[in-house]
Design a protein around this ligand. Structure first.
Ligand code: GLP
Length: 241
């Protein structure tokens, strides 16, 4: 495990963007696993700047997003489809046919999960970008007695709905369910880049990286990955041994 601590958000984002950009330059047809939330936004901003300066092309890159809310259409401002368009895709030269996001508005969400797994079976993600929930979730794999390997429907924890309510008008509007890539698919990635910022994540970082490997902290499973890089700011590393 390679842990890097940064004094400023800008330095962290620049390192993260360089990390992935170097992989894409080496292999222009890289497969990237993408996350949403506030943590990767700075990295996506740097991708946009690099693409505008023609220093990086996403033309051949394939992307797989971790998760999507059930019941929100791609045009809903809080859907992860919309997030990805706004924060990255519409600003870069990516081929739309190479973008993959679980279909939260599929009439049969179980079928949407099966279809997503069929796609994931055909590839290996080169770099998986991850954030972490305050409760230690990755993607939307919430703490539980058992974790699921493949793409599945999950009922969101109350704590997750509360944490994400800041993006909605009220908590009642936060969906109760989501589709998420499973921990098996996440761990199958060749490399994982975990990005964590802020004091509210310090406990989760401590449990994930110092604690026992347990399904009650899904991010602790990352300790088993042979090629994990963790980017932390000073606040997020506070409790780390
Ligand atoms: C969300 C997403 C996760 C994300 C996490 C942290 O609920 N499903 O993929 O990593 O919560 O979000 P943030 O980066 O905004 O703290």
């Amino acid at each position: 495990m390679n842990i890097r601590i940064f004094k400023s958000e800008h330095e962290l984002d620049a390192y993260g963007a360089d990390f992935i950009a170097s992989r894409v330059k080496e292999n222009p047809a890289s497969v990237l696993g993408l996350a949403t939330g506030s943590s990767p936004i700075g990295i996506y901003k740097q991708f946009i700047a690099l693409a505008k300066e023609k220093k990086l092309s996403f033309k051949e890159v394939q992307t797989f997003n971790l998760d999507e809310y059930i019941g929100l259409s791609p045009s809903h401002p809080q859907s992860y489809h919309y997030y990805m368009q706004m924060h990255l895709f519409k600003h870069i030269d990516i081929d739309e046919a190479k973008i993959h996001i679980p279909k939260g508005d599929h009439p049969d969400p179980e079928q949407a999960c099966t279809e997503y797994d069929q796609l994931l079976e055909q590839i290996q993600i080169d770099v998986q970008i991850l954030g972490i929930g305050q409760n230690g979730h990755i993607g939307f794999n919430e703490p539980a007695q058992e974790l699921i390997s493949g793409t599945h429907i999950v009922e969101l924890d109350e704590s997750t709905r509360k944490a994400n309510a800041r993006f909605f008008e009220s908590i009642d509007q936060v969906p109760t369910h989501a589709i998420t890539m499973g921990v098996g698919s996440i761990l199958k990635a060749r490399e994982i880049l975990l990005i964590v910022k802020g004091a509210s994540k310090a406990e989760a970082v401590h449990k994930a990286l110092n604690g026992p490997i347990t399904t009650s902290c899904p991010a602790s499973l990352l300790q088993t990955h042979p090629n994990l890089t963790v980017l932390l700011d000073e606040d997020a590393r506070r409790l780390l041994k």
